[in-house]
Design a protein around this ligand. Sequence first.
Ligand SMILES: [Zn+2]
Ligand SMILES: [Zn+2]
Length: 127
Amino acid sequence: MDCPRCTVEMTEIPGDDGSMHRCSDCGGLWVDVADLNRILLHANLPALSGIGGFVNPDEMAGQCPACHVELVVVEGGEKRSLHYDTCESCGGIWLEGPDDDVEVPETMDWKGAAADIVGFYKAFRKK
Ligand SMILES: [Zn+2]
Ligand SMILES: [Zn+2]
């Protein structure tokens, strides 16, 4: 699967129950909603459907790397400053990598990626 931003092949991160994909170029993460929910519940957070957020239909997102339909932008966090993208067709989630001035590690294991995801959704829930 290619990164929806950089169109480079993403690296698979194998986990116990599933796998994520990560772009080593931009640090973005592609995760299945079932895996995402497992990670959130493990961190005592609600499942994604309970996290909330606002769909922004005017914001352009990339294409789903699996189904090649347009992703939908969901905004949340303080002053809606955060967003993630989701595919309404397969339920996949795209989390953008860190800002340009932050160096992206070449590789990441499941634990590191899961920690990033938990940190993101903790901030995303803040109003
Ligand atoms: Zn990328
Ligand atoms: Zn999809």
